[in-house]
Design a protein around this ligand. Structure first.
Ligand code: ATR
Length: 273
């Protein structure tokens, strides 16, 4: 079978081998997908060794997405816009870099949750790699206005500049959040939850239709989603659906077949519940 892997650090708890194994079983495609632990210092060598051993596709997770961007000889337009690569495809003697995170989030929100993004005034919290990965896809999906806040304001401005749509993208400071009114979609793209915390947010952000989304899942999504529940948002969504959808998108890039995601998502959700 074709050899695939996810690289990251830490990577032992990655659900990607399980997800890709399930997609393989469902589509009848033989999949050999492993998790390879590599940090920034070892990733380039580990990836070269993987290619030499017949590896033809890889996912890349924290903290390697920017490095994967640099190591890719060619890149998709959406990877260029995100400045990060989560999917590598072997083309001849080099790697082609793509980014399926944004498409995965949008597919989860629209197809699985039935949200129409076109009318949703959106607040994106965070301006790191995860935020950069999803912001272009949110704009493409028709978000009318994307407000961005981040602990470090310089990064907020850098993200807004990179998106290049000053009419729709509005960088703001945390201290201004109380003046911005209600949002129909609030997305946590910070890694704060991994440390068990989340910055305080004003109640005035929440209205009748507000949906709260955390790009992480499991423990890391608890602090933000607990805030959202305590403020009676209409719905809370963690990053598990996005994880499955970005995997499906990667699977299609490698194998030319789009797997069904519903059963895989439901099995993972039941296991995590
Ligand atoms: P990732 O790939 O997960 O986005 P990252 O690029 O290191 O990782 O970005 C982490 C994001 O979480 C950043 O937006 C970071 O804010 P800064 O740019 O100010 O560092 C945000 N973040 C991390 N811990 C945070 C905390 N305790 N409070 C608020 N924001 C936090």
């Amino acid at each position: 079978p074709a050899r695939h892997a996810v690289f990251g650090h830490p990577v032992v708890h990655s659900l990607s081998p399980r997800i890709h194994g399930a997609f393989g079983a469902q589509t009848g495609i033989a999949v050999a997908y492993e998790a390879i632990d590599a940090g920034p210092a070892t990733f380039a060598d580990a990836l070269a060794a993987f290619a030499a051993a017949g590896g033809t596709g890889a996912n890349v997770t924290l903290p390697l997405k920017e490095l994967a961007f640099d190591l890719a000889a060619t890149r998709s337009e959406r990877a260029e816009r995100a400045g990060a690569v989560n999917t590598l495809v072997r083309r001849g003697e080099t790697w082609h870099g793509d980014n399926t995170d944004g498409a995965g989030l949008v597919r989860d929100l629209t197809d699985r949750r039935g949200l129409d993004l076109r009318g949703r005034r959106t607040l994106l919290i965070g301006a790191g790699g995860a935020a950069r990965g999803v912001a272009p896809a949110l704009l493409d999906a028709g978000i009318p206005d994307l407000f961005v806040v981040n602990r470090t304001p310089a990064r907020t401005d850098a993200l807004a500049d990179a998106l290049g749509e000053p009419g729709r993208v509005h960088p703001r400071h945390f201290e201004q959040l109380g003046e911005l009114g209600e949002f129909e979609l609030i997305i946590n793209a910070t890694s704060a939850g991994r440390g068990g915390t989340f910055p305080a947010l004003p109640r005035s952000l929440v209205g009748m239709r507000t949906v709260a989304v955390d790009l992480s899942y499991g423990e890391a999504s608890v602090p933000f989603l607990a805030w959202a529940r305590a403020h009676d948002v209409r719905d809370v969504i963690d990053g598990l659906g996005m994880l499955v959808e970005q995997a499906a998108e990667s699977f299609e890039l490698w194998h030319g077949v789009r797997p069904e995601t519903a059963a895989v998502f439901e099995a993972l959700q039941a296991r995590n519940a």
